[in-house]
Unconditional design. Sequence first.
Length: 116
Amino acid sequence: MTSPTCSDGPSTWSPSAGSTRCSARPSWLRHGPSMRRDVLLLSEMIEAADQAQKLTDGITKSFPDIAWKQPVRLGNRIVHGYGSVDLEILHTAAREQLPPFAVDLRRVLASVREGG
């Protein structure tokens, strides 16, 4: 018996259940040169989320204009999957949202070093 196909990727066929379950590979499971870059991006995003979770309430409340929860949410999405991880979104976040966030973090660090 041939296995039915899914429109969005490979599938598994369970003859006993008489059904098809789509098991499309997440977009981050690529092969080739870009895989190394993607894995590094994922690990760095997860590390940023872990560090953001460790911030004290004093720091986060002193700088309410910074979106402290965004890295945590993104890290949770990467770690737990929640259906899929879209690398294009991660690349866009790294390109467009990370630089302003880094500026904010430098501002926080300078303030902490000054005792403020």
